[in-house]
Design a protein around this ligand. Sequence first.
Ligand code: NIG
Ligand code: FE
Length: 396
Amino acid sequence: MQCWQGARLATLAGDRGWGLIDDGALLVDDAGRLCWVGPRAEVPAADAVVDLGGALVTPGLVDCHTHLVYGGNRANEFEMRLHGATYAEIAQAGGGIKSTVAATRAASEADLLTAARRRVRALMAEGVTTVEVKSGYGLDAATEARMLRVARALAHEPLQVRTTYLAAHALPPEATSADAYVDAVCAWLPELHQAGLVDAVDAFCEHIAFSPAQVARVFDAARALGLPVKLHAEQLSDQGGAALAARYGALSCDHLEFLSADGVAALAAAGTVAVLLPGAYYALRETQLPPLQALRDAGVPLALATDHNPGSSPTLSPLLMLNMACVLFRMTPEEALRGMTVNGARALGLRDRGQLVAGQRADFCVWDVGHPRELAASFGHNPLIHRVYEGRIQGG
Ligand code: NIG
Ligand code: FE
């Protein structure tokens, strides 16, 4: 048993508040779990002691929505948008997701892994201890499988990886119709699941992607295998996707700028997490804000993620997302940090992380700040001192 002490703890215990413990201590057992959390004055004896010199400790960050396995980049589209093209126009002209699909299909598994590893290490350098990784740039059976294998291989790093099957992300160029492609998406899933490559199933419900009826067929295929679902919903328009996902008991609905009052009520009733993605909102210069106050009033749990991808959100900075969530969406710093810890975990169906509480995983961050609100207030600066994964200091 190991004792980490001499730190201010932001435990995030309970449903609200920072859960601050000044001059706190954490006991970690040999299995890499927290077995005691409280004031140093009351800590039971331990075999070894690490003094944290007055730093701040938070739970490890959970980035619950990324697309970080892909080939190529789309900085050219950044320039096109600066010249007035919209994300939807670029997508409809064959750019966007489809251009990343071409680059991903052309990349070897080793090259995809090298690039993805570099990205995940950047996330880890800012305190990420659990990351979700989606497929969705293959759009054929072989490349979707390759992406998911690469995502699984990232777990050789000291972090936890959850994989999400997102073949219903865009229509591939060879598809004869959206409905025929959805049939294929459903048909590929059992084998990928059998191979242990899929933790959840996602889709992009949008006028430039798939209709609610098509998404429902993908969700039926997931349900038949007992897999949980999530949805890219109401990003560019209100398609009623959130209400559909809620009917399937979705873990999360993500983006949500165009979410209606009915959609908010549906999420609340289903206990579905709302994942807000300020990086995409910012990069696409969106002006429609997600209905934060309505989500709050309805008691919908709020999560926050990087949405790292080469098009709409090419960021590898979870700390910047904390700041953007506050400045752009008016989340509080506490909501933002909960969004990237305990509620991010919940958006992945994980209840064993995200708070500094006995019984949880000993994944935590040691920061050179005095108060957790400083993590959201500053930007372009990384105050991480240590990233502790399963009770061990691990570099980013
Ligand atoms: O979450 N909205 C759809 N999917 C991604 C973007 C993917 C891309 O542009 O490559 C997102 O923003
Ligand atoms: Fe996304």
